[in-house]
Design a protein around this ligand. Structure first.
Ligand SMILES: C[S@@+](CC[C@H](N)C(=O)[O-])C[C@H]1O[C@@H](n2cnc3c(N)ncnc32)[C@H](O)[C@@H]1O
Length: 147
């Protein structure tokens, strides 16, 4: 069971690490709870997810791809599963920072190699990457990248 504090903790981290990023793309945002947490902290957020049922937040009910026009200052994802890799690639392509809290890989890779792979992907694409940990239960490690 994922930690219910995760949205507020991640929103705080995003605001503190990317203070100039006001327009945020929240990828694979599920019901939109991270959107809501960032909204309460003064951000303008669009959540991308295929889900039909979600909170009344700005929501793009579709798959997030590299072709999405870049109308954001940062791209983020909490446990974004199959969309994790595309967040890193999108950040590199559009030269915006990213923050992800990876959970499951998109190819059955175990957690630690998956984390190493994502950091390496960011570096290979020219981003400066660091890892931090949120004070919560479950998969709590965050990978941050900057152009
Ligand atoms: C484990 S859930 C996490 C949802 C939410 N971020 C949370 O922490 O509760 C993963 C979500 O990723 C979404 N997803 C996977 N690939 C996606 C893609 N390419 N674009 C948008 N959403 C995607 C799924 O629909 C699902 O809601």
């Amino acid at each position: 069971m994922a930690d219910k504090r995760r949205f507020d903790l991640f929103a705080e981290l995003i605001r503190s690490r990317f203070p100039d990023a006001k327009r945020i793309f929240d990828v694979a945002g599920g019901q939109g709870k991270l959107n809501d947490a960032l909204l309460r902290r003064g951000c303008e957020v669009t959540t991308f997810d295929r889900r039909h049922k979600h909170l009344p937040v700005k929501f793009a009910e579709r798959e997030f791809t590299l072709d999405e026009p870049c109308e954001c200052d940062a791209v983020v994802g909490m446990h974004p599963d199959g969309a994790t890799r595309v967040i890193v690639e999108y950040a590199a392509r559009h030269k915006v920072p990213f923050a992800i809290v990876p959970c499951c890989s998109d190819n059955s890779m175990p957690y630690k190699p998956w984390m190493r792979h994502l950091s390496e992907l960011g570096r290979t694409l020219g981003l400066t990457v660091e890892e931090v940990e949120l004070p919560m239960d479950g998969r709590a490690r965050v990978i941050l990248g900057r152009p």
